[in-house]
Structures are given as C-alpha cells and as structure tokens.
Design a protein. Structure first.
Length: 418
C-alpha cells in the first residue's frame, strides 16, 4: 500500500521529533482512540453515512502503516451520532469528552457546531470541523479548526453562476438555521456586488412539511416574473436532505418550473433527487446547478484518493464529496498530532495540530489554514442532474477555482475534463 503524499510529512516529522514506532513489545498493543461526532441520522445523514466509511478506511490505513513499521501501537475509532440535531450533538460531544477525548472530528452542520462550541472552548477540547461552513463560525483563536472553506466563498461562487446564467433577481428559499442563514447572506452580498438583487424569499424551519412554504414561494416567484421578466428571475434553494421533499411539492407548479433553479452544497449529489424520475426531470428542466466544495483537479488522479473514494462508493452507492473525503485527512492529521504531542511531552495540542495541518498534504490537497483557521484554498464543482439512456445522475458541468475573491477563475466542463 502506498500513501506517499501522507507518509512523507509523517515520516519527516517522526525523524525530527524522534518518535520511535517500534518501542512497544509485540505483545503489548497500545490503542490510541480517535473521536468523531457524525450526522448518521437526521437531515444530513446522507453526508454522515459517507463520512463514517472514510474515517474507517483511515483507521485501517494508519493501522496498516503501524504494522508495517513494526509498531504494536494501533488506533481505534469512537463515534457518536449527532443526528443533525444541536441538542443530540452536544450530548454526543460530552459523551466523547467523558471518554477521554481531547480532539474531536466534527462532521456536522454549523447549527450543531454552534451548539458544541462553548462547551469545547470552556473545557479545552479541540474541534476539527469536516462539515460546518457557516462564516459566522470563522472566529480566530477559538478551539475550532475547519478543513472546509467557509461559505463566503460559496456565496461568491454561486453569485458568479447567477451572473453567467443572466439571473439578476433571485427568490430564495432557505433552511432556517446557522448554515442556511449564513450562506444566504453570503450569496446575497456577492449577488448585490454584481448588480443583482436577492428578493424577499421563504425561510423554513427544519422538520416542517413545507406545503405552506411551497405556496408562498410560488406567489413570490409569480410577482417577481411580472416585475422583472421570467428570464431574469431564478430560485435559490439552500437546504439539506429535505430538498427532495421540497422539490416534490413544487415540481408541478407552473410558476416555479418556468424559472431557473440553483442549489448549494447541501443539495449537490442528493440521490433523493437524481433517483426520482419526476424530480430529476424538474432539475433538468430548470437547469438546477449546485456548487459544492471539491477536491482540486490535480489530486483526483491520486491512487489513494481513488482508493478511498471507491471504498465510499462501494459501501454507500453514493459519490464521495469533499466533506467525507476531508474526514479521512482529518483522521490522519489528528493521529499524527497526538503522536507528536506525546513525543514532545507537550500539552499544547492546538499549536501542534495547527502546525501539522498547515503543512499537511493529504488526499484532498494542501490543508493550509487562513487566519480564522478554516481551509484557505477553494475549488467548487458545479453539479447538475443529467439524463443518459433513460437514467439520471449528477454530473459535474464546470467548476470555480478560488484563491481569494479577487483571484478566481471559472472552468467549463470541457476544460474540467480535457
């Protein structure tokens, strides 16, 4: 097995710090536990159930590496289900800390991350985020390190797509939580900077049946079309797994099916849309485009990326997205940092984690952090549902590469796959 990109950094650091991997007799296995909080149920379970296999593969790979080096040390994974629920997330987080966690990989929504943040700060627990993207949680010097870029970037990316599609008036329907509100605000700011307008929209509470929201959205779109013309108006859907239920209520609405639709990373790749014929046809009819953070192009041909991605596909029949793949890198970086902390006799695990991650080349690329300790470099795939031989699936139709909001480029599908 070759994990050259990962092991190069690990071996170098082991040599520098003097870690000896074979310092335990073969009969004295010593386990290091890596702790994780994952949405295995609830409104983002589609992502969590791809994330868990990625971390399990990471644990297998670390243990294979340790075995190959002659070490009797091993890693084990302990997971709590956060249920896409802030209260349950806090309970699970506390359970993990009571079991000895100093670092917890949190593959959760931003609403859940907000719920556990104060407890983590008060108790000196470090969170490695592999799901949350809310800009309001991009806080320097707190205990959260996120391996996913914050949504000021996604808001910028979707605004460029609005502009390319000649949509200047956008009617939003968004999930009423930390993530949904923050992403909508980021998109509105960038849309307005391009001369467009985010019109009055619909904000819904998670867990509702959406029927009244669908009717309200139809009325708002009808008014917008009368005022600005159908060609200038689009709908922006900011939702998670509930998107399928929302689209089922609007697919036959003549007002809502006559304008272009746009989505987010919460809807990109959802099988509940692509595997439902009527919803897939609605997505095609409305040119439904969804940006999602993705692994940079140069890393998708890496053997280790392909191996982990194929493992997720085989176990879930879903396409792996950067949130699940980033959890693989998070596992490795966490384990390496714990080993370095023990070797150095240092209690400043946050400093070691930050140092390690900033120099880490994983299967998702360089993990370098910005001043708020969120991932700096951004690549977004633009996903849309396409039909082929009578079946429907999500395909990449382009991409947005973003170093910062003054230095970015759009990649069309031909460039992306040349």
């Amino acid at each position: 097995m070759k994990l050259d990109l990962l092991f190069a950094g690990i071996v170098t650091l082991f040599m520098i710090t003097g870690i000896v991997l074979s310092d335990v007799s073969p009969n004295q296995t010593q386990n290091t536990t890596i702790y994780a909080l994952v949405d295995l149920s609830g409104d983002w379970s589609s992502m969590g159930n791809c994330t868990l296999p990625a971390m399990e593969v990471a644990a297998q790979d670390v243990n294979s590496y340790l075995k190959e080096t002659g070490s009797s040390k091993r890693v084990v994974l302990m997971v709590e289900d956060s249920g896409t629920n802030p209260t349950k997330a806090l309970e699970g987080f506390q359970n993990l800390t009571q079991n000895g966690a100093r670092v917890i990989i949190a593959a959760t929504t931003s609403e859940e991350l907000k719920a556990i943040k104060d407890y983590a700060d008060d108790n000196g627990i470090i969170i490695i985020g592999a799901g949350s993207t809310a800009p309001s949680l991009a806080i320097p010097d707190d205990n959260i390190i996120r391996l996913i870029p914050d949504d000021t970037n996604q808001g910028f990316a979707i605004a460029q797509i609005f502009k390319r599609e000649n949509i200047s008036k956008v009617v939003p329907i968004n999930r009423g939580d930390k993530w949904g509100d923050d992403l909508l605000n980021a998109a509105a700011k960038s849309l307005e900077a391009n001369g467009g307008t985010m019109l009055k929209g619909v904000r819904y509470s998670p867990g509702t049946n959406f029927s009244s929201e669908a009717k309200a959205l139809s009325s708002l779109v009808k008014d917008a079309k009368m005022n600005y013309g159908s060609d200038n108006v689009g709908v922006y859907l900011v939702s998670l797994d509930e998107a399928g239920s929302i689209l089922a209520l609007v697919a036959d609405d003549p007002e809502l099916s006559s304008v272009k639709w746009f989505g987010s990373d919460g809807t990109a790749g959802l099988k509940s849309i692509s595997e439902n014929r009527s919803l897939a046809q609605f997505a095609i009819k409305t040119d439904f485009i969804c940006p999602i953070g993705a692994v940079p192009l140069g890393f998708r041909d890496n053997d280790d990326y392909k191996r982990v991605a194929n493992s997720i596909r085989n176990r879930t029949t879903s396409e792996p997205l950067i949130y699940s793949i980033a959890a693989y890198d998070a596992f490795w970086a966490t384990w390496e940092s714990i080993m370095l902390s023990e070797s150095l006799g240092s209690n400043d695990l946050k400093e070691i984690l930050t140092h390690t991650i900033n120099r880490y080349l994983g299967i998702t690329g360089l993990l370098k952090l910005n001043s708020a300790e969120d991932r700096e470099y951004v690549f977004y795939d633009l996903m849309a549902v396409k039909e082929e031989n009578g079946s429907y699936s999500w395909k990449s139709v382009g991409g947005v590469e973003l170093w910062d909001q003054s230095l970015w480029k759009y990649l069309d599908r031909q460039t992306l796959f040349m």
